[in-house]
Design a binder for this molecule. Sequence first.
Ligand code: R1P
Ligand code: URA
Length: 290
Amino acid sequence: MRLSPSELILNADGSIYHLNLLPHDIAETIITVGDPDRVTEVSSHFDSIQIKKGKREFLTHTGFLNGKRISVISTGIGTDNIDIVLNELDALVNIDFETRKLKKNRIRLKIIRIGTSGAIQEDIPIDSWILTELAIGFDGLLHFYKNELSDFMEMEDAFILQTGWSPKKSRPYVVQFNADLAKKFKSNRIRFGITTTNTGFYGPQGRTLRLAPSTNGFIESISNFRYQDRQITNLEMETSGIYALSKLLGHQAVSLNCILANRATGEFSKNPEASVQELITFALQKITSD
Ligand SMILES: O=P(O)(O)O[C@H]1O[C@H](CO)[C@@H](O)[C@H]1O
Ligand SMILES: O=c1cc[nH]c(=O)[nH]1
């Protein structure tokens, strides 16, 4: 089937609508970061940079490090942006832009998120790193796609029951990392965890400045959740969308979280930039150690 101009939207130069990229602009190993400034922090480690392109909050650098071609792309904040980034990255490799038809041979991208996050358990130190094994999405993105991702229905039901989750909110969905890709990042510095992906930074993460969240004791309630002796470790705003769409599209994804805040102790990192830099260096070393 030929995709119409309103579905597969290409710019005048043939690049994909939001990312502003041509198919050959991206590598098969993709690092996603939320903050556009973090793109340069990652690509400054590259031996050479071939592509620097962007539009809106979506900035991409593609280059080589130790002979490996890598792209780093900023997603901005939130799973609504992840919907755009994942669909457009997939289109770049799996749709022929000339014929507007799906390619026969599918390419499987390796997607590694390097992001920042808040811990919700007291024993998780500031500036430590968590690799998300299971993401619990409060965002609802998955529900807009035909899918049979139901492996964790029992855990979802347990979460809804234990936290008294309001039916006014989207049903939380649980989705897993790609275990093969995750093996690459095993290290005594990395803790595997359960991450919630929240639809905002303030109310949706139980923060109160002037507005009170609808649920009293939101952080306490999700930090007390237990499933098969496991507990939620941290929260952020993209991982469930990345994992869900990667699974549906056939890509491999892992999410690395640099813990900047601890919501149980009220602490925040004294040097967030250095902390994120260290995680970038670690991730790049693992990615290029084939
Ligand atoms: O540091 P990044 O990758 O943006 O990730 C986290 O930081 C942002 C909120 O400050 C959200 O995007 C959250 O997921
Ligand atoms: O508390 C935090 C810190 C970083 N990112 C988040 O989404 N929440």
